[in-house]
Design a protein around this ligand. Structure first.
Ligand code: ATP
Ligand code: MG
Length: 257
């Protein structure tokens, strides 16, 4: 079985990478989980997982005519399979975004939950691929109107490719007034459910500096607890691995956004 989720938002810096790893670690209690840094232009996941000095990353799998086995870029960390992406501009330029389909198809054949840490915005082929390829999207939002507006655009775009919303995850909530003002309203506009409300917390950035996901660095923190609750609200669906892999391989990648 497998279900692929894109963890997306409109705005940058909402907490997609933090959330991908937190949801991944929580879901790994129950499922075989693979997390992929599909933000190939502005990869960050490697810094959140202490993988910034590894030799082989997703970039190496996306370069044409180089036969690198997918497993070479998979690292067993924090109870998950982690596929980091490199940060070099040259490697990003050399990478063919369409090859991500085959890589994700290979990974999908052998895991239960695939989480694709997605780029902010919808500006290019590599940016839209995760939401096009995924079964469903987890939309990460900060409690502001611009963040909601951008998140809605991502949802609308994803839906136009048949990718529904698994739920919305509010991150960096500073006070309860935000919850009353924005969260309730957002539920009317987004599909799926509100998965959770994660508070603004220094442990999130401390964890990143330590090169560890939040649930490893501060498992007892309120923020970690909120992410675990959110993960428990995701109703993971058991897609047939081969069907999902075939769908990824044959997905049509849009030229125009
Ligand atoms: N709940 C939180 N409280 C405080 N800081 C947070 C929280 N969640 C994330 N952060 C911090 O906010 C910054 C952005 O988070 P993250 O990298 O997860 O966002 P992102 O959406 O993946 O960003 P990008 O769009 O650049 O990929 C990081 O420094 C992270 O440590
Ligand atoms: Mg990120």
């Amino acid at each position: 079985m497998v279900e692929a989720f894109a963890v997306a938002s409109g705005k940058g810096g909402t907490g997609k990478t933090t959330s991908t790893l937190a949801l991944g670690m929580a879901l790994a209690e129950q499922y075989d989980v693979t997390v992929v840094d599909a933000d190939t232009g502005m990869a960050n996941l490697l810094f959140h997982t202490g993988l910034d000095d590894v030799d082989v990353t997703l970039h190496d799998l996306l370069v044409e005519d180089v036969a690198t086995d997918v497993s070479a870029a998979v690292y067993e960390r924090f109870g998950m399979h982690v596929v980091p992406c490199g940060t070099s501009l040259a490697a990003f330029r050399a990478a063919d975004p369409e090859r991500l389909r085959g890589v994700v198809a290979d990974l999908a054949a052998d895991t239960d939950v695939l989480l694709l840490d997605s780029p902010a915005a919808l500006g290019s082929k590599s940016a839209v691929l995760p939401v096009v390829l995924a079964d469903r999207t987890v939309v990460v939002l900060q409690p502001t109107i611009p963040s909601l507006s951008d998140g809605l655009k991502v949802q609308e775009y994803a839906r136009s490719y048949g990718t529904e919303t698994a739920g919305i995850l509010f991150n960096r909530i500073r006070d309860d007034a935000d919850v009353d003002r924005v969260v309730d309203r957002a539920e009317r506009y987004f599909g799926g459910r509100t998965l959770g409300v994660v508070p603004e917390s220094d442990v999130a950035s401390d964890a990143r500096r330590a090169g560890e996901p939040l649930l490893s660095y501060a498992p007892e923190s309120t923020a970690a607890e909120a992410f675990r609750d959110a993960a428990a609200r995701i109703d993971v669906r058991a897609g047939d691995s081969e069907d999902v892999a075939d769908r990824f391989r044959s997905a049509v990648v849009p030229d125009e956004v």
